[in-house]
Design a protein. Structure first.
Length: 336
């Protein structure tokens, strides 16, 4: 009997310990939600960049580029067990091009920042549709599909009319708003973790390739006649590629990708250094290899990863105020 009572007391103490732990987590989440606002133009800029990358891809390529028979299937677009928007019409290029231009128009609305709560779902649907139905893709479309999905909890809890608007900080964070903030912040943390893992996976995969280990991988990539550098850039960097200096960009890429994974654990005041280095890497790839839309998508990912979501960019507020001021001045001049 005493033994059973002892077990009962121990169980009660264990439950009390668990309750205290959950209370601590709740207090931490509540403090975080009241001090960090996830609905800023930081994630807004990232959304716009993701949408612009897809606008460029869809507007500059005919449907025949994306949807065509493959070696494994004569049916196009790929529609097996999917809810792709490209599967809502017959597999005729006329209809597929119409859907393509509809997607472009919708993406321009997304990029404008209008009603994130509505356009967030549309954005994900288009990115998902491209990822599952199109045959010719690069990593940018996959990044777009993943990030738009992970951004859904942020957009669906965003009550602003435009994602460029400043959130009304005077609004008291009542329980419902705190709950929405916690949901959105969990999504932001999940995105940061996902991007860090992306760089970790990329760097580890390279370690199993002999050319990355011996420092010559960049030579083979940039010298490739189909996917490498244009003749002008190749002549420019050829002295480096054909010398021992080629190990610098090769191993430098590996080191930077490892460091970008480490940025997940870095203090916020150091994030900007990682951001600058990563942006330089991706913009160099965009200029030299022509992977423009991929670099735009990765720039959006880096903003979500390495810019504190609560720290508003001031550029939009500044230029909007200047624009409004100029409009008012012009109106006054006309009245005079």
């Amino acid at each position: 009997m005493e033994r059973e009572q002892g077990k009962h007391r121990n169980a009660i103490k264990s439950y009390e310990g668990d309750c205290k732990m959950f209370r601590k987590i709740g207090v931490f989440a509540c403090k975080l939600a009241t001090s960090v606002n996830p609905w800023t133009n930081v994630y807004g800029l990232a959304r716009s960049l993701l949408a612009i990358a897809m606008v460029l891809t869809l507007s500059m390529n005919d449907a025949r580029v994306f949807f065509r028979p493959s070696s494994t299937s004569m049916i196009y677009p790929a529609c097996k067990e999917s809810i792709s928007m490209f599967c809502m019409v017959p597999n005729d290029y006329l209809y597929l091009n119409i859907v393509r231009w509809i997607a472009v128009i919708l993406l321009l609305i997304v990029a404008s920042g209008w009603k994130p709560k509505i356009t967030g779902i549309i954005h994900w649907w288009i990115a998902y549709s491209m990822n599952v139905s199109a045959l010719t893709l690069d990593g940018g479309e996959q990044v777009n599909a993943v990030l738009t999905l992970l951004l859904l909890p942020v957009t669906l809890t965003d009550s602003r009319g435009w994602h460029w608007q400043k959130y009304d900080s005077s609004e008291k964070p009542i329980d419902q708003i705190i709950s929405k903030r916690i949901i959105a912040l969990i999504s932001v943390f999940a995105i940061r973790f996902q991007i860090a893992i992306l760089y970790l996976h990329s760097s580890i995969a390279k370690l199993f390739e002999p050319t990355w280990l011996d420092g010559t991988a960049v030579y083979y990539f940039l010298s490739d006649p189909m996917l490498g550098l244009p003749p002008f850039f190749l002549r420019l960097v050829n002295p480096i590629l054909t010398s021992a200096l080629v190990v610098i960009p090769t191993w430098g890429t590996l080191i930077l990708q490892m460091l970008l994974f480490g940025a997940l654990f870095a203090p916020k005041n150091h994030w900007r250094y990682y951001l600058i280095a990563a942006l330089l890497l991706h913009e160099t790839i965009a200029i030299m290899l022509g992977l423009v839309t991929f670099s735009i998508s990765m720039s959006a990912a880096l903003i979500l990863f390495l810019v504190p979501v609560e720290r508003e960019f001031e550029f939009s507020q500044k230029y909007i105020k200047i624009l409004i001021k100029n409009i008012k001045v012009n109106i006054l001049k006309k009245e005079l």
